[in-house]
Write a protein that binds this ligand. Structure first.
Ligand SMILES: Cc1ncc(COP(=O)(O)O)c(C=O)c1O
Length: 362
């Protein structure tokens, strides 16, 4: 098959076709140099503008102030679960965690190895269907930071506001909704995101970190965990993921060319509305997982009347080139991930399929 299909995968996920085509056209010879981006030194004059372009692309799109560094690291968002407490939480100290889904649970598990990682709010008992309001959050006095997950990819619940730490440094795992809408970076001390949903391929992690947090990195930190060293070396303490950074640069240019994050947000709201409206209009055949105010614009999660029907749904959808709809193995159901690069026509095609499927099977 040479034609593209509708790819609802949660990550690695669909990338803009124009980006893939540009990468394809430059695959064997980047800018006529006779080598691909994967074959040149990360310290060469060929790679320098790519790294600078990716960093300035992120800075421009997210309006990142000058007192923040932009890093492209490895180890996935999962390594940040550890790197954050390894740098900012010592034995005897407390950090606050807001747990709204599976990824937040993984983050706090690592933090507990370092100090008192305190769950100040969790929606676990109600099945991770909602997020707290700002007023529901009571922070621990003198906590080192508060951590939250702006979009829980597995359950499909999303914060609709940037959390205010009321003086505490705010750390956000934004892996699955970064670049999907404008955010207020200045409310955060550190934002991190695995690239493989909205920014690029897997294997590179974006970290946006404020200078005053970098200043708190302990002396004698292991080099590859040391945000200060990583920042001083411009993400090149070791060989970075040059291919990943190259694609990030192209994705940033693509988003800028399509109106920036305001335009992304508008398009994402339109796409998600089409899908949630179809769920709500199905007379209960489809049941959305998330409570309405917390519905994710990126990962639309829903159930069918039985697990058999859910299986059948995913199989029949795949046969019609609607791929990647099976819910995460830990929760089941159906999940349609509709990141920036996912086209509106794909959502409309899915909704048509859903209507027919419900008609045949109710
Ligand atoms: C919200 C969130 N955090 C963290 C991760 C883990 O990312 P990685 O696989 O890059 O370690 C994911 C999944 O990819 C995620 O969706």
């Amino acid at each position: 098959m040479t034609e593209r299909i509708y790819n609802f995968s949660a990550g690695p996920a669909v990338l803009p076709l124009e980006v893939l085509q540009q990468a394809q056209s430059e695959m064997t010879s980047l800018n006529g140099i006779g080598m691909s981006v994967m074959e040149v030194s990360h310290r060469s004059k060929h790679f320098e503008p790519i790294l600078a372009g990716a960093a300035s692309g992120i800075r421009e799109l997210l309006n990142v102030p000058e007192n923040y560094k932009i890093l492209f690291l490895q180890g996935g968002a999962s390594l940040q679960f550890s790197m954050i407490p390894l740098n900012f939480l010592k034995t005897g100290e407390t950090a606050d965690y807001v747990i709204t889904g599976a990824w937040g649970k993984k983050a706090i598990k690592e933090a507990k190895r370092c100090g008192n990682a305190n769950t100040i709010f969790s929606t676990a008992d109600s099945g991770f269907k909602s997020v707290p309001t700002q007023d529901e959050l009571n922070f621990t006095e003198n906590a080192k930071y508060v951590h939250y997950t702006s979009n829980e990819t597995i359950e499909g619940v999303e914060f609709k506001y940037d959390l205010d730490g009321k003086g505490l440094p705010v750390i956000c795992d934004a892996s699955s909704n970064i670049l999907s809408k404008p955010i207020d970076v200045e409310k955060h001390a550190l934002i991190y995101a695995g690239a493989q949903k909205n920014i690029g391929p897997s294997g590179v992690t974006l970290v946006i970190i404020r200078d005053d947090l970098i200043a708190q990195v302990p002396e004698n930190q292991h080099s590859m965990f040391d945000y200060r060293l990583l920042a001083e070396n411009d993400s090149m303490l070791n060989t970075p993921n040059t291919w990943g950074i190259y694609i990030i640069n192209l994705v940033c240019q693509h988003i800028k060319g399509h109106g920036g994050l305001g335009a992304m947000e508008k398009k994402n709201e339109e796409k998600a509305k089409i899908l949630y409206d179809a769920i709500d209009a199905s007379d209960g055949f489809y049941r959305g997982h998330a409570e309405r105010p917390a519905r994710s614009l990126m990962n639309v999660t829903f159930r069918l009347p039985s697990e058999e029907l859910e299986k059948q749904f995913a199989t029949e959808a795949t046969a019609q080139n609607l791929d990647g709809l099976k819910g995460h193995r830990s929760v089941g159901g159906v999940r349609a991930s509709i990141y920036n690069a996912f086209p509106k026509e794909g959502v409309e095609t899915l909704v048509e399929f859903m209507k027919e499927f419900a008609q045949k099977n109710s």
